[in-house]
Design a protein around this ligand. Structure first.
Ligand SMILES: [Mg+2]
Length: 184
């Protein structure tokens, strides 16, 4: 198989990593960034990592809200991040019903593979941060080299743990930072 050159990325789960986990978020005004999240994302981006959000949104598959509702929530997420000087390359969501998952629904790697192809990402130089075991599993299944869990999912012995995205960011910059540093 040909080795494809590519840029490093950090894949980020949404709820519980970037913003507060409140269950299904339907009203954009219910979305609040977690303290330090935007600053961490800015550090990662400055170090040369592309930022890709990957979020399971089974509420769509269950008929609880629509893709249009979700687009409104993600407009707000991007606006809040932009106000802190952070741009994300993409927000990918899996609308699958939990009982009828495709490979796009985490722990499937589908969203990460799709983003890698679209954005020229080298998965073996990339990391995933999530707050559920299935997030880290999705990163592992996609071939990311570093798959970090924050609470409440932290504690699975297969994956390194960090207290929050700031802690995960420090770990990523320590372990992968030098390889990413040349790209800004
Ligand atoms: Mg989450």
């Amino acid at each position: 198989m040909l080795e494809m050159a590519g840029v490093p990325a950090v894949f980020l789960d949404r709820d519980g990593v970037i913003n507060r986990d409140k269950g299904f978020i339907i009203d954009p005004d219910d979305l609040d960034l977690l303290p330090g999240a935007a600053e961490s994302m800015k550090r990662l981006r400055t170090a040369g990592f592309k930022l890709i959000v990957v979020t399971n949104q089974s509420g769509i598959g269950q008929g609880l809200y629509t893709e249009t509702d979700l687009a409104g929530v993600h407009d707000r997420l991007e606006a809040l991040l932009a106000a802190e000087g952070v741009h994300v390359e993409g927000i990918y969501f899996a609308p699958d019903h939990p009982e009828r998952p495709t490979a796009r629904r985490k722990p499937g790697p589908g969203m990460l593979l799709e983003a890698a192809e679209a954005h020229g990402i080298a998965l073996r130089d990339s990391a995933m941060v999530g707050d559920q075991v299935r997030d880290a599993e999705a990163g592992m299944n996609a071939g990311c080299v570093l798959n970090i869990l924050v609470p409440p999912g932290a504690g699975d012995p297969r994956f390194p743990a960090a207290p929050d995205l700031a802690g995960a960011t420090a770990m990523i910059l320590n372990i992968l930072g030098t390889s990413a540093g040349k790209i800004v």
